[in-house]
Write a new protein. Structure first.
Length: 130
């Protein structure tokens, strides 16, 4: 019950407990803050633009940069996460990533038809909630 509801019904509320600050020692692997997947990017001669996202499912428009009048394709993906790692003396932060090509068909799907892409996106979102 909210504070406003409690007051309007004349009920007293106990004093809320004091919150404690999270510390680095309390952090676990599962609590990483992942750098979010970019909403727009270029890769392999294509421009990608995020159209929709629901939790770990995203719908991207894909346009080939080598064509004067390109027809867009659409990709529905399950966003992956990778842990941070050390390379050349520098630490690369944990981040969300696009699924690799070897996982296409399981974690990524390409559609030429905009409506079929949306149907797949909604179906994946529904399955992801189960």
């Amino acid at each position: 019950m909210s504070i406003r509801a409690s007051v309007s019904f004349g009920r007293s509320m106990s004093k809320p407990s004091r919150k404690t600050r999270a510390t680095a020692e309390a952090r676990t692997k599962e609590c990483h803050s992942y750098k979010p997947l970019r909403k727009e990017f270029r890769r392999g001669g294509f421009n990608y633009r995020q159209i929709a996202r629901e939790r770990d499912i995203a719908l991207y428009e894909q346009v080939w940069t080598g064509c004067v009048e390109p027809s867009p394709a659409y990709e529905v993906i399950r966003i992956r996460r990778r842990e941070g790692f050390q390379i050349g003396g520098k630490f690369v932060d944990p981040a969300e990533v696009y699924p690799p090509s070897e996982l296409w068909g399981a974690n990524g799907f390409t559609f030429a038809d905009h409506n079929k892409a949306w149907e797949s996106f909604l179906r994946c979102c529904w399955k992801n909630q189960q």
